[in-house]
Design a protein around this ligand. Sequence first.
Ligand SMILES: N[C@@H](CCC(=O)N[C@@H](CSC=O)C(=O)NCC(=O)O)C(=O)O
Length: 276
Amino acid sequence: METSRHHGFGGWQIFGKHDSTEIGLPMKFSVYLPPAAVKGPVPWLIYLAGLTCTEETFMIKAGAQRAAAELGLALVTPDTSPRGTDFPGQADNWDFGVGAGFYVDATQEPWSKNWRMYSYVTKELPALIAANYPVDVQRLGLFGHSMGGHGALTLGLKNPDLFKSVSAFAPISNPINCPWGEKAFTGYLGSDRKAWAAHDASELMKQRAHPNAILVDQGEADQFLGTQLHPHALEAAAKISGQKLTLRRHEGYDHGYYFISTFVEDHLRHHAKILG
Ligand SMILES: N[C@@H](CCC(=O)N[C@@H](CSC=O)C(=O)NCC(=O)O)C(=O)O
């Protein structure tokens, strides 16, 4: 199952692969185990990456391992979609299909058989990691970036007993009202827009609040801010439900991993404080 293992900051950076029953195909994942994991189960975070990313992107680019080692947090990242199908046009667009699973269970053909990223992230992946690595199932948090920020907010709001802490970098906050979301939800969930609201962070947050405060960071120079991300919708929704939300706007930062690496330690500390 492990494909490679590298010593880092006193812990271990691990890459692996398994046959996923939810997805029906092999799925890759990565795990960072902090030094504290040799003594017993540690709190842990699942990170959901954005469009075009893989299970490697965050581990290579975010520079999160030093702080994770210091805080005693394990980090886990799945891939962003199934790979290995041969659906027509599946990789023609960088914002739909391969690398763009949107963390939903697709209901539309041909995607519905394999594009089951919601069930994969909420059920199979946590069970797989807990069965194989020293993580405390009661102390799991969820965070992500862009498409993965949408995933972190929606999966976290729907599963507060599983994901005790939630945060996001530049999330797609209102996908039912942006081109990325409209394209993905039409393809995966069908053209009935009423079915989409259950997968929209702002719509969900109007109806319910996660018991713990949510941290969101957003760059003001993000090239997707005006068209795709709509953080104002999340702020408005938080006011309706009473969700404790810290949404920080940072002048000069764009959408990329230099932005994420700048603030990733703040996110790890946010989760560590809640998870204990
Ligand atoms: N078309 C470009 C840009 C794709 C891109 O910006 N992807 C972001 C996530 S966007 C929302 O989910 C990303 O995280 N890219 C990885 C990176 O290393 O920056 C392309 O194909 O790269």
